[in-house]
Design a protein around this ligand. Structure first.
Ligand SMILES: [Fe+2]
Length: 284
């Protein structure tokens, strides 16, 4: 009978304990960008920068095209994005310019009745919402969202909950202050209750990072559409604002979910880490 030397056993146990305590590592394995629409050359540059990172999953925050009913618009979007769509899982969020059009659903093979969904990747629960459909309590999407967040928050293996939707919940750009009056009161309490760490939106063509009640609210709407300037509406929750084309790259690290943001030339714009949510009670 073979025996394990005490020193080796100690090393094995320490190694196993470390592995159990650490989140699954992934470096820049997820990319987020949005609002590509009419800026085709900037869109190509952003796609090229994302492709160079070889992400496993890509989330688009909506407004892929200018007119969701235009076949030419979708043909150009697919032409520019085909490298990403063929090498990574591509997860779209529906934007107002996508218009719930049949071409949106056929392009992404989604059910028009439920343009909201969630996926788990790398120990992260991603919730993708349709901000063009009702989401408040009692609606189809609202009921689904509450059930999905409750189930995800009870899973011990999921250390982060991330939300992706088109319209911004908080921000200081062109659209955000108006959208915030509807989305903030309806969604922020839910995000708080179920431990959402970061929310990615688009709609405003810029980059902005805000933080409200400990949750990061990121607007990454700089995928090609004409950039918006900074509005002269100071808000204490706004931490970083760049009128730049941009995309975000996510890494899962032992410290948390690292979010690095770059412009279309590859220049870093921002970097922050979302702490893992606490392990659910009874799951330790
Ligand atoms: Fe939009």
């Amino acid at each position: 009978m073979k025996t394990v030397a005490p020193l080796c056993l100690a090393v094995l146990l320490a190694s196993a304990g470390r592995a159990a305590a650490e989140a699954p590592a992934c470096r820049r394995c997820v990319a987020v960008y949005g609002d590509t629409r009419t800026g085709h050359e900037a869109h190509r540059r952003i796609v090229g920068r994302i492709l160079a990172l070889k992400p496993a999953a890509v989330f688009h925050t909506g407004d892929m095209v200018s007119n969701g009913y235009s076949e030419a618009d979708w043909k150009r979007f697919v032409d520019i994005s085909s490298g990403l769509m063929s090498t990574a899982e591509f997860f779209p969020a529906l934007g107002n310019h996508d218009r719930h059009a049949p071409l949106y659903f056929s392009t992404f093979k989604q059910d028009p009745k439920t343009p909201w969904y969630s996926v788990d990747r790398f120990g992260v629960h991603f919730v993708v919402l349709d901000s063009e459909s009702p989401f408040w309590k009692g609606t189809s999407q609202g009921t689904w969202l509450r059930e999905d967040l409750a189930a995800a928050s009870a899973k011990p293996g999921l250390r982060h909950i991330v939300v992706v939707l088109h319209r911004p919940v908080y921000g200081t750009g062109h659209h955000a202050p108006d959208d915030s009056t509807v989305l903030g009161p309806n969604l922020a309490p839910l995000f708080q209750k179920y431990g959402v760490g970061v929310v990615f939106s688009g709609h405003d063509h810029l980059y902005e990072r805000s933080q409200v009640d400990g949750i990061f609210y990121v607007i990454t709407g700089g995928g090609g559409a004409p950039l918006y300037p900074k509005q002269e509406q100071p808000a204490a929750f706004s931490q970083v604002f760049k009128s730049s084309y941009n995309f975000a790259a996510l890494s899962v690290t032992p410290e948390g979910l690292l979010c690095e943001v770059f412009d279309d030339a590859g220049t870093p714009l921002d970097s922050f880490t979302v702490k893992p949510r606490p392990v659910p009670a009874g799951a330790k």
